[in-house]
Design a protein. Structure first.
Length: 213
């Protein structure tokens, strides 16, 4: 007489076999190689010909390698990190939520020269200026104000004021090429606009509005 334990084991084995075949069919080929010695540490179907996983990654790697070769860049050096910043938005609605008023405050820390990688002239020994690959920037604070009034469900009038304090600032990485390229490749800061006032009237032509007209 066949025992109950044997039947349970046989049934479990029958369930596992299809799952094992499916896992083997879906298994991805891979190769792990030591970058220093070229020794293959581990592989699964490593010699099988397969399609490229992502051409974008290959193209990005080629661009970085070409840039490093032409600019004599050090691939072991961290390129850049944006400065720390704090952004806070405070808003409220009035007149049955038809009027929206908001104030946004943004504080950005300075980017010091010690935090910026050197440019090409720093490696060639040039001393005609600060050899920075990007231009150092000072800290700045921005205050933006927004007001919008919903005239009707399909019409919105809005007014915004950017850089309310009219502060002169240049965001990090927002630079223009240096006119002294070849002597000093340090780019120049590209300053953002001062106080800017914008107004708009948005009208949505919905089916309901067309029927009413």
């Amino acid at each position: 007489m066949i025992s109950r334990r044997f039947l349970v084991a046989l049934f479990s084995l029958a369930l596992l076999l299809p799952a094992g075949r499916a896992f083997a069919a879906a298994r991805t080929a891979y190769v792990i190689i030591d970058a220093q010695t070229g020794f293959v540490l581990e592989q699964v179907d490593g010699k099988d010909k397969r399609q490229v996983g992502s051409l974008t990654k290959v193209a990005t790697a080629m661009v970085v390698l070409d840039w490093a070769e032409k600019r004599s860049g050090d691939l072991n050096q961290l390129a850049t990190i944006p400065p720390d910043q704090i952004t806070t938005t405070l808003g409220a609605r009035f007149l049955d939520r038809r009027l929206t008023v908001a104030v946004r405050w943004q504080s950005v820390r300075a980017k010091n020269p010690n935090d910026i990688p050197p440019g090409a002239e720093a490696q060639t020994g040039a001393v005609t200026g600060p050899p920075y690959f990007y231009y150092p920037t000072s800290s700045f604070n921005l205050i933006n104000v927004y007001a919008g009034y919903q005239i009707n469900p399909d019409t919105l009038a809005s007014l915004s004021v950017d850089n309310l304090l009219n502060q002169q600032y240049a965001p990090y990485l927002n630079v223009s090429p240096s006119p002294l390229r070849g002597v000093n490749s340090t780019p120049l800061p590209f300053f953002s606009p001062g106080l800017t006032v914008k107004g708009s009237l948005t009208v949505r032509f919905s089916d309901l509005t067309l029927r009413k007209g």
